[in-house]
Ligand binder design. Structure first.
Ligand code: PEP
Ligand code: MN
Length: 334
């Protein structure tokens, strides 16, 4: 098989497509060499598989410049991120659930108790809320983080919450177990670099208008800083369709699982915008190979201060969890 390649600093042989040859000339890149890789090497089957993966990655995702840390070829074994004894990226489907926004002690605590009883392993809830209108409820900020810490202490559920601004990073880190970077901030490169300096797992949501190449390049920003604990999250993308809030791109799940070593979770709440669709898309995500789910649940969805139409009531959540367990078992997960 003829190809064009280079030696990456991590030691993996990064094969680039034929396009690279002209790019090398036009872009003034040096270091690309023409070489021939045998189709199969009996003595080194793993290396051959690796080479094939790199070559396929290049043809399908084609990042430019190439990724060094995110792609599976850089680390063939799957990354498992352990948070308080919970493995994200292992055999268990990890469900992170809770309200869109932390609104009050009573709202958060009763929702946290309900999602724990339903089988959620991690509590979600926004204290800093990115809202389209500056007049909408934008979160309780540090007061919300304190309530999350209280819910964590009472239920034992670790917490994931969004950090919107690098200036809040120390504060958010002091309360949360997982740092969420939201869809709107996926290309906030200064924030990504600061999150890369943290030694806390990061849940990086896909930008609503981002290609997978852009998403993986953003992930590379975090990992380049030394934070190798990144959870990817497909949350829907903008398309011409208007009947749903976003189009949940489940294609992304097998694509990201194949080409990266990172855990991949799916958020069908923001992906659809309709609570009645969430259980079906959650099951579809698990069937497609997702390692976990991010689900909005509210003790009284009709009165939620943000994302009411997509928030599940606790009985809906319980029913959904039972179906998810059955789908998980059918695809060899639990
Ligand atoms: C969220 O999960 O609270 C959120 C704001 O989602 P997204 O960034 O995907 O819109
Ligand atoms: Mn929301």
């Amino acid at each position: 098989m003829a190809c064009v390649g280079s030696l990456s600093p991590c030691g993996a042989f990064a094969i680039r497509s034929a396009r690279a040859e002209s790019f090398a000339t036009e872009g003034g890149h040096v270091g690309f060499i023409k070489c021939y890789v045998p189709a199969a090497r009996a003595a080194d089957a793993d290396a051959a598989t690796n080479d094939a993966m790199i070559s396929e990655f290049d043809q399908v995702i084609n990042t430019d410049p190439p990724l060094k840390l995110v792609q599976r070829a850089a680390k063939p074994e799957a990354t498992v991120i352990t948070v308080e004894g919970i493995d994200i990226g292992g055999p268990e489907i990890i469900v992170m659930a809770g309200p869109c926004a932390v609104e009050s002690e009573e709202q958060l605590l009763s929702t946290a108790r309900a999602v724990k009883a339903g089988g959620a392993r991690i509590l979600r809830g926004g204290a800093f809320k990115p809202r389209t209108s500056p007049y909408s409820f934008r979160g309780l900020k540090e007061e919300g983080l304190k309530l999350l810490a209280q819910a964590r202490a009472e239920t034992g559920l670790p917490v994931v919450t969004e950090v919107m601004d690098a200036r809040h990073l120390d504060m958010v880190c002091s309360y949360t177990d997982i740092l969420q970077v939201g869809s709107r901030n996926m290309q906030n490169y200064t924030l990504l670099e600061e999150v890369g300096k943290c030694r806390k797992p990061a849940l990086l949501k896909r930008g609503m208008g981002a290609t997978l190449e852009e998403y993986l390049q953003a992930t590379e920003y975090v990992m380049k800083g030394g934070n190798d604990q990144v959870i990817l999250c497909e949350r829907g993308i903008r398309t011409f369709e208007t009947s749903t809030r976003n189009t949940l791109d489940l294609n992304a799940v097998p694509m990201l699982k194949r080409h990266t070593h990172l855990p991949v979770i799916v958020d069908p709440s923001h992906g659809t915008g309709h609570r009645w669709m969430v259980p079906q898309l959650a099951c579809a995500a698990v069937a497609a190979g997702a390692d976990g789910l991010l689900i909005e649940v509210h003790c009284r969805p009709e009165s939620a201060l943000s994302d009411a139409p997509q928030s599940l009531a606790p009985p809906d959540f319980d029913r959904m969890m039972k179906t998810i367990r059955a789908v998980a078992a059918a695809v060899g997960r639990r």
